[in-house]
Design a protein around this ligand. Sequence first.
Ligand SMILES: [Zn+2]
Length: 231
Amino acid sequence: MSLVNLYRLQQIDSRLDQIQRRQGEIRRQLQDDQRYRQASEQLQAFQTRREEARAQRQKLEYETSAQRIKIAQAEAALYGGKIQNPKELQDLEREIAALKRQLQQLEDRLLEAMIQEESSEEALQAAQEAMRNVEKLLATEHSLLSGEASQLAREMERLQAERQVTLQGIERPLLEEYEQLRATHRGLAVTRISEGSCDACGTLLTPAQQQQARQPGVIFHCPNCGRILYG
Ligand SMILES: [Zn+2]
C-alpha cells in the first residue's frame, strides 16, 4: 500500500516542482520585461534628442531675429539722413554688409536645425508608436500570465491538500529515504519501469529484477541510479 502512496507522492511533488518553476518564470516576466525596458529607454533617448533639437532651433530663431533688428536699425541710420559724414556712412555700409553675411550664416544654421528637429520629431513618433505596441502586447500577455498564475495557485493548493492525505499512508523511514533521494536525484526519487527499463536512467532490468520490483511490499532500487522502482 505504501509504495502506491509513495508513487502518488512523487507525482504530486514533481507537479509541485513544475508549478513552482513556472510561477518563478511568470513572476520574472511580469516584473522585468526586456522589451518594455528597451522600448522605454529608446523613447526617452528620442525625447531628449527632440528637446535638444527644439532648443537649438529656438535659439537660432532668436539670434536670427535679433540680427534682423540690428540690420534694420543700421539701415535706418544709414538712410535716415542724420549721418552726413561720408566716412561714417561708408563704415556703416560695411557694418551692414558684415551683419548681413552673419545673418546668412545664421539662416543656414536655422534651416539645418529645423531639418534636425523635424527628423527627431519623426523618430520620436516612431518610438512612441513602438512603445504603444509593446504596451498592447504586454497587456495581452500579462492578462494571460496572470490568469495562468492564479490557475497554478489553485492547482497548488489542491495538490498540497492531497499531499497531506497521501503522507499519512507512508511509513516514516520510507518517507525519509524518499526525501533523501529527492534531494540527491534532482527531485525524482520514485520512477516506473517501462519496457523493462528504469524510466529515469534507462537501465535495462533482468526479468528476475523486474519480478522482484513488482512484488508487493518490496522496495526495489534501480541497480544503476538507485531510485525506487514502482512496478
Ligand atoms: Zn535507474
